[in-house]
Design a binder for this molecule. Sequence first.
Ligand code: ATP
Ligand code: MG
Length: 612
Amino acid sequence: MTTPVVEHEEEAWRGVAAEEIEHVEHAVGVKLQARSRKLLGELIRPHVGKAALAVLSVLCGNIAVLAFPLLIAATIDRGIPAATRGDYSVLLWCVAGYAVCAVLTTVLRYSFLRLSGRIGQDILLELRQRIFRHAQRLSVGFHEKYTSGKVIARLTSDVDSLQDLVEEGLDSLFNAGLSLIGITIVLLWLDLPLATVVVAGFVPVYFMWRWFRRRSILAYRGTRGAIAKIIVQYVETMNGIRAVQAFRRQPRNTQIMSRLNAQFRDANTDALSVMAVFIATIRTIGNVSLAIVLAWGAWRVADGSMELGVLAAFTLYVLRFYDPFDELAMFANSYSSASAALEKISGLLEEQPSVPPPASPVPLRHARGEVRFSDVEFRYTADTRVVLPSFSLHVPAGETVALVGATGAGKTTLAKLVARFYDPTSGVVSLDGVDLRSVADDELRRAVVMVTQENFLFSGSVADNIGLGRPGATRAEIESAAAEVGAHEFIAALPDGYDTDVRKRGGRLSAGQRQMVAFARAFLADPAVLVLDEATSSLDVPTERAVQSALETVLADRTAFIIAHRLSTVLIADRVLVLDGGRVVEDGSPEELIGERGRFAALHTAWRDSLA
Ligand SMILES: Nc1ncnc2c1ncn2[C@@H]1O[C@H](COP(=O)(O)OP(=O)(O)OP(=O)(O)O)[C@@H](O)[C@H]1O
Ligand SMILES: [Mg+2]
């Protein structure tokens, strides 16, 4: 799996000498920018035609705007003197030209805003959808380390900063950039000596610009990282709000949050102060050149070597010339922010699923449910310890296997491998003799269903939640599945029966009820292999009995792995595996193991005693 450069760089840089950071920063920056450019290219490609049209209209619009001071010069130097002689034709031409330019600029500006707005929104839509689709497709392993908060940051604040760029930044870039170029050309044409004064000002402006760009990108990379951390903290706090309140973690959370918020504020302040320095310097350069132009120009007008109208037009242009720099600085800021966001987004989009779909899938047809682990070694990541050192197991189709063992023994890990949420580090997990890595995802999910400890329900009706088990199931099938597992009575007693909204995460149902709904869902799915990671929470006796009989119904006629914490559940298994440190230490039917006086027998005695 490729690791996202951006996510690890922050931690990785701690403790590195400053000059090395400078070096690494440059290398990482180049890589990030290449990645962002590739993504940007992909996003813009479908809109090239429209984009060209938008650029054309902004170009023509700017040319029209440039004509205004020239028309004023012509009015002063030619129109007014002619009018004093009684000839109004030049003046009329000037006014007509002014009117035409005014209409043109309005129309062209309108069409540019329409076009660029449309393109921008289409690109943002595509980006939002891509991020969501991609994040959903990435493996469980990825989500366990990336956290949902970071994905949310990508989808919200990062996309938002791109939105700012698209909605305001591009407009100011085109206007500012084009008017700079246009004005320079007109100035050179109007009066070469005076224009050199203005052009000489470019040199300090250029160096300022380079300094500003570098600092601003760094500052905004900081803001993106900071806002992501804030969202991560929000999500974690809100998801765990019960624990937060129960253990009075509010002060600690507030403390963490204040620190993060302060970091965010500092990163933003830093970015803005860079901009303030830039704008102030540019203004000074502008004012100095304007003063020189005015002094020298006035002297030449007095001298008679320059016309007054030309000087008026010239100063008007120079005044206009330095205005766009404010806009450019604004643009550069939103551009820095957006490109930092794009770096993060492209990082997420470049992640590959760690359990990749097979290139040439082997069809399963009707899976029988024979599961085999051959010399499986497994660790979660390269830097964590081995959880399953060398695991081999054969489970014939239809067998119910109970996994028992101390906490951390590797039971859930084993279950996740059967459901292919992870691939083994080495060795093979196979279903009906086919390596799970060669089974198409659709077929695998139909053949193997895992009911997890969370019994996750989505907001929506009870019927919808059961129906998830088999897309396209009819209402009758859903109700009969519920009836089979014995959930019908309690569902029917809910305010709207099967149409009752279970609310966020099934919060409206009790733990036992959620488990029953999860069983009904699994029963409806009717998989060849069922993996059940049972919650440790103990249910009250009547509910436990109901869950127990539901379980027996669900387990019949299929291969099942159950991770059970209740003796009654373990006893319905055909075979019990006692795990310790990722190895099988006892393997046999419950009766055999009880007879052997090993660990399971000891556990069994303890259970018995606790029930008595
Ligand atoms: N996502 C993960 N990343 C790294 N290590 C993990 C991860 N999940 C579990 N582990 C480690 O793997 C080992 C086995 O965990 P596992 O969840 O399989 O235990 P378990 O037998 O299901 O325990 P329990 O009975 O408490 O549910 C533990 O040492 C745990 O620390
Ligand atoms: Mg577990």
